[in-house]
Design a protein around this ligand. Structure first.
Ligand SMILES: [Mn+2]
Length: 333
């Protein structure tokens, strides 16, 4: 079980860089979620408190309704004036591969860089100078919180808000926390809330305000979802008349509640390619992060995604093929 004292230490190189350099360009992953945006903004505020210059970047697009209110805090291009090889540091947060940061880093490729992340793939996928990677951490904001402690920056309400937001969204409102990280994460959540935040208001803001159209879209996609392997896998798909933008999380959440399910997949069309999202139930011994990695994507054990150059029909065949092997191997054990 993770405790204050067993929490993986921030690497010395990362701390040294944050202490010694002056200008930080912080970048998260494109098509951003709550954790990547909150990690970026919390780190920016923390560094500013230590007297540094820090800037928040994201390639966008800001598709998720619940994070759109943060969009005007980000720039989508790094200005030439900030590209100084001596003093500027590019900091990737919650960004499983450097490519996933998108077009925003195009003119800053040669900058000195560090990575702070909870995606295992960040270990191999970069030539960064320094890394602080804890693949089991429920959110990247918990790592930013640890950096805050190491830099002796006090927790204020605004920093706490972002640290809480990232933890909340990446854990599906604490649902995904297991035995190892649960107590530590909720102890931190308690600290964040004690700055005066309202758990009720934050939850409401993130989950309410959906259009009736959006809810109907979810129900139509679920209506067409099909079970495979006696219901151990359910596949949902976009069709030409139902686009799944912005509703994926609601689809996964609903499908994973079906009895006997072990994993679900949502396939979306992206031009000539297909985007495949995977989710698995805990304790079913299915590592969807590994599946996505083998398809050129990435993610975590229970949640991942990959884009494949196949049409939807063939992407679905591929998924069925992969799971047929997984279930066969599992059943032989
Ligand atoms: Mn994350």
């Amino acid at each position: 079980m993770i405790t204050q004292s067993s929490f993986p230490k921030v690497s010395e190189e990362v701390l040294k860089t944050l202490r010694e350099k002056e200008t930080f360009l912080i970048v998260g992953h494109k098509n951003p979620d709550g954790d990547t945006l909150s990690s970026t903004l919390a780190l920016k505020l923390i560094l500013e408190k230590t007297g540094k210059r820090a800037y928040a970047f994201n390639s966008g697009p800001f598709l998720r309704r619940e994070v759109q209110f943060l969009e005007d805090r980000f720039q989508n291009k790094i200005p030439e004036s900030l590209i100084d090889r001596k003093e500027s540091v590019l900091v990737f947060v919650d960004c499983s591969t450097e490519d996933r940061s998108g077009s925003v880093i195009e003119n800053a490729k040669d900058l000195y860089r560090i990575i702070i992340d909870h995606h295992a793939s960040s270990r191999e996928n970069s030539n960064a100078y320094a890394k602080y990677i804890v693949p089991t951490s429920p959110s990247t904001t918990l790592l930013i919180d640890k950096i805050r402690e190491m830099l002796n920056v006090e927790l204020d309400k605004e920093i706490a808000y972002f640290l809480y937001l990232g933890l909340l969204t990446d854990t599906g409102f604490f649902h995904f926390l297991g035995e190892e990280w649960g107590p530590y994460s909720l102890e931190r959540a308690s600290r964040f809330l004690s700055t005066g935040l309202s758990a009720y208001d934050i939850y409401d803001y993130l989950t309410d305000g959906k259009s009736l159209e959006e809810i109907k879209k979810v129900s139509r996609i679920i209506e067409e979802a099909k079970p495979y392997f006696d219901g151990r896998l359910i596949i949902a798909e976009e069709t030409d008349d139902i686009k799944g933008e912005r509703v994926s999380d609601q689809i996964y959440e609903t499908l994973l509640k079906v009895e006997n399910i072990e994993a679900c997949v949502f396939i979306k069309r992206k031009g000539d390619s297909s985007e495949i999202g995977f989710r698995a139930k805990k304790d079913k011994n299915i590592d969807v992060g590994e599946i996505a990695l083998s398809l050129g994507g990435g993610g975590h054990t229970l949640a991942s995604g990959a884009t494949v150059e196949l049409n939807r029909t063939n992407a679905k065949r591929l998924v069925i093929d992969i799971f047929s092997r997984i279930f066969k191997a599992k059943d032989q054990k």
